[in-house]
Ligand binder design. Structure first.
Ligand SMILES: [Zn+2]
Length: 137
């Protein structure tokens, strides 16, 4: 199926958008179809639809995906920094409160939005959806 045959790439006005990479749209918080409209309403809340092309974001359900990616990968620099600080310097507890806690918060909270956007855009790009049973008629 070419991009012109994919009905998800054509908006209500008949304009057909090019197929965009999930990294170039979702990670920047942009609509996965047009790449121009905003994907987020707040920090992590998904809008109902795109203001530019009208794409309904109702399909978007990354669930715990962003948190899992942050826990498994994105927070590693902060955790390694905190462990190395303790091993090398063995500072008093308040140093961890002043230095390690902000580092851990930054390394876990900041990646959430681009990862969530990337997952939502990937759902659109790869046509991911909940599994359904197909019954023989
Ligand atoms: Zn759009």
């Amino acid at each position: 199926m070419s991009d012109a045959d994919d009905p998800r790439l054509t908006d209500a006005s008949g304009h057909t958008w090019p197929r965009l990479s999930p990294l170039s749209t979702g990670a920047r918080g942009r609509c996965p179809r047009c790449g121009k409209g905003a994907l987020f309403r707040g920090f992590l809340s998904i809008r109902d639809r795109c203001a530019v092309c009208g794409l309904d974001y109702g399909y978007a359900d990354p669930a715990d995906g962003p948190a899992v990616f942050v826990q498994l990968f994105a927070c590693l620099p902060g955790v390694i920094f905190t462990l190395m600080l303790e091993i090398v310097a063995s500072p008093p507890w308040w140093v961890h409160l002043v230095v390690s806690l902000p580092v851990l918060l930054v390394s876990t909270v900041l990646p959430l939005r681009p990862i969530k956007g990337w997952l939502v855009a990937s759902q659109f790009y790869f046509k991911a959806r909940e599994g359904r049973l197909v019954r023989d008629e």
